[in-house]
Design a protein around this ligand. Structure first.
Ligand code: ADP
Ligand code: MG
Length: 631
């Protein structure tokens, strides 16, 4: 007796709906995509109760006549493709012909539509797959689809809906993606987009915006800091047009949530592109941070396949390597050529007159703030202090010597050589002469605090420098430069230091013999399980050879990661720089600080340590004046 039956069409649709319609936000995504495919220039999305009660999408697109309107809700009906050939090179967002049928099988749906040629509109209602006949309606041209009580006949799925806030959050996210993908630009008209929840307008985006202003509206400033911290770059090579707005490292995030990648107007997730982005920020961000990025890619539709996932959010590139390298190159080049200094984020004073207090005190606070502002305008503090100005290179001026220290002349040979040893390299005579004429002690304007940070006065404020992070960066750059030219110089140890090595550690050393040679590290066998360090790089005098070599073996012997040669060398140099750098908690002499500041000016990318942490935080006088209510 046969056990197999053919499922009826409604069951088929419900099952398909499970793939396409995960939650209310999926409905919003599918409906808005249909509106865009219909050529709409204005879309209004209205939601009630996080989509549970109602989702309505109204557009001014091409519309459908009565016949098409009735057919659109049948499974596998589409106007976007006709033959299998059309599957190569899909230029519309939809093509699978299953969204409307899926939605109509799990909710109460009403579709109203009118083409420009028609005098009147038509409307159709479908209740969980049960279709009524078409009836006349009156509306302007375009299409409106209303979806009520999603999953009401599927209690198991309805139960999985989250709170109104959560579902609304997902809907807003879909809306954001559509809004970014369709922002106005010089060669493209944008979409006029509105999102309403329970009668309240959440977003009203005009087609007169530009991409920047749209980002500012979608990610309001105080919470995100996104829109004012973006670096823009563009490239058009090898059939790939790339426009990127890259968040500065200071606004990085703990997840990829703020990476918006669009391919020909479609929001996608792609592991090659994510990897390229991560690589582009290498050394600028700590490993567990993710940059904010808005990336818009345009390329021929024939160069990738969108038919790999029901929600079409993943694609398959025919030449993924090209996509990877073009994106990496474009982003990296811009980031390396940009000054990425970290600007201090001063706290917004709570309950301070002038700040927004509770509504009850707001009025009073405002009155006090106005009075104070008036007072300060009239009574600007008299500037009795000597006017400082930190001029780079020639004019380093002391604010106050570090506690208990008498500033000594930086030409004291003993100090200079001690510091050079500490800094890991003796400046060449050319490097030294660059800093003459001599810096007079009374011209210096810096100070070490907590034996860890250096405060330096600048033209428009002051910088706070993390001495370890900065020194690490400087040493790292020197090491990288030297090693690119040739191997590092090394010196023989007076007494070779011996250490025990495991068989796998010894294997790792053998495999990486070339790298050790480049680093100027000489190891010799000393017994069955013992080796000795015979020579060690001069640039790393400050590091303990034994400690360094042991950590190096650990790094080379790591089984969890397989680094290519370049990455491995980079890791080794990072480690070396960290070990050889001045530590936090180490008191520095005046001349040591001076040397550090001079080296900073010569460093290529002094604002970040090799691990991507900032070395310097800038404070501006203007911000301070604002904080102290002087302006
Ligand atoms: P697909 O978008 O994959 O073609 P859908 O089920 O989403 O499948 O839509 C079916 C068809 O209904 C579309 O191909 C299109 O012809 C028509 N349609 C859907 N929404 C609209 C709309 N807002 N305006 C005009 N036509 C629409
Ligand atoms: Mg569709």
């Amino acid at each position: 007796m046969g056990q197999i039956i053919v499922l009826d069409q409604n069951m088929v649709n419900m099952i398909a709906a499970g793939e396409v319609i995960e939650r209310p936000a999926s409905v919003v995504k599918e409906l808005t995509e249909n509106s865009i495919d219909a050529g709409a220039t204005k879309i209004t999305v209205s939601i009630e109760d996080g989509g549970r009660k109602l989702m309505s999408v109204a557009d001014n697109g091409c519309g459908m006549d009565g016949e098409d309107l009735a057919r659109a809700f049948e499974p596998h009906t589409t106007s976007k493709i006709k033959t299998s050939k059309d599957l190569q090179g899909i230029s519309t967002l939809g093509f699978r012909g299953e969204a409307l049928a899926s939605i109509a099988s799990v909710a109460q749906v009403k579709g109203t539509s009118r083409t420009r040629e028609q005098d009147g509109a038509n409307c159709i209602e479908i209740d969980c797959g049960n279709k009524n006949s078409i009836s006349p309606a009156s509306t302007d041209y375009g299409t409106t689809i209303q979806v009520r009580d999603i999953f009401y006949k599927l209690p198991a799925r309805r139960k999985f809906l989250r709170t109104t806030n959560t579902e609304m959050g997902h809907i807003a996210e879909q809306f954001t993606r559509i809004a970014l993908a369709n922002a106005p630009s010089s060669n493209k008209q944008g979409l006029d987009l509105t999102l309403i929840h329970n009668g309240r307008e959440l977003y009203r985006l005009s087609d007169k915006d530009n991409l920047h202003s749209r980002i500012a509206e979608l990610f309001p400033i105080p919470s995100s800091g996104i829109s004012e911290n973006l670096i823009e770059t563009e490239s058009n090579e090898k059939g790939l047009h790339i426009l990127a707005l890259m968040g500065k490292p200071s606004i990085s995030r703990t997840s990829r949530k703020f990476q918006y990648i669009f391919l020909n107007g479609r929001f996608i997730r792609d592991k090659f592109i994510s990897h390229a982005i991560k690589e582009a920020y290498r050394g600028l961000l700590e490993p567990n941070r993710f940059p904010v990025v808005f990336l818009f890619i345009r390329m021929p539709y024939e160069d990738y396949d969108v038919n790999v996932h029901p929600t079409k959010s993943e694609v398959r590139f025919y030449n993924a390597n090209l996509v990877h390298s073009q994106i990496l190159g474009c982003l990296r080049e811009k980031l390396l050529g940009t000054d990425l200094q970290t600007q201090a984020q001063l706290p917004r004073p709570a309950n301070f007159p002038g700040s927004q207090g509770s509504p009850a005190t707001g009025h009073r606070s405002q009155a006090i703030a106005d009075a104070m502002a008036e007072f300060f305008k009239k009574h600007r503090p008299v500037q009795t202090q000597e006017q400082f100005s930190y001029k780079s290179k020639q004019h380093l001026v002391v604010l106050r010597p570090p506690t208990g220290q008498i500033p000594e002349s930086h030409t004291d040979p003993a100090t200079v050589s001690a510091f050079q040893a500490m800094a890991g390299s003796a400046p060449t005579s050319a490097e030294t002469s660059q800093y003459e004429p001599e810096i007079r002690p009374e011209q210096r304007k810096f100070l070490q605090i907590h034996d860890s940070f250096i405060v330096v006065q600048t033209d428009d404020g002051f910088d706070i420098i993390d001495q370890h992070a900065l020194h690490e960066r400087i040493i790292y750059e020197r090491l990288s430069k030297r090693i690119q030219k040739s191997k590092l110089e090394s010196q023989k140890l007076l007494i070779p230091e011996s250490f025990e090595v495991t068989p796998s550690g010894s294997d790792a050393l053998k495999t990486n013999a070339e790298l050790l040679e480049k680093l100027g590290i000489e190891l010799v066998p000393f017994g069955p399980k013992t080796m000795a360090i015979q020579a060690f790089p001069t640039l790393l005098v400050k590091a303990d050879p034994l400690d360094f070599v042991q950590d190096l073996i650990d790094l080379l012997d790591r089984k969890d990661v397989n680094l290519d040669g370049e990455r491995l060398l980079d890791e080794v140099l990072n480690m070396a720089a960290c070990k050889a750098a001045i530590k936090a908690g180490q008191r520095l002499t005046m001349s040591e600080i001076e040397q550090l500041l001079l080296d900073k000016e010569n460093a290529e990318s002094a604002s970040r340590c090799p691990h991507g942490r900032p070395t310097t935080i800038k404070f501006s006088i203007t911000d301070l004046e604002k904080q102290f209510k002087r302006t």
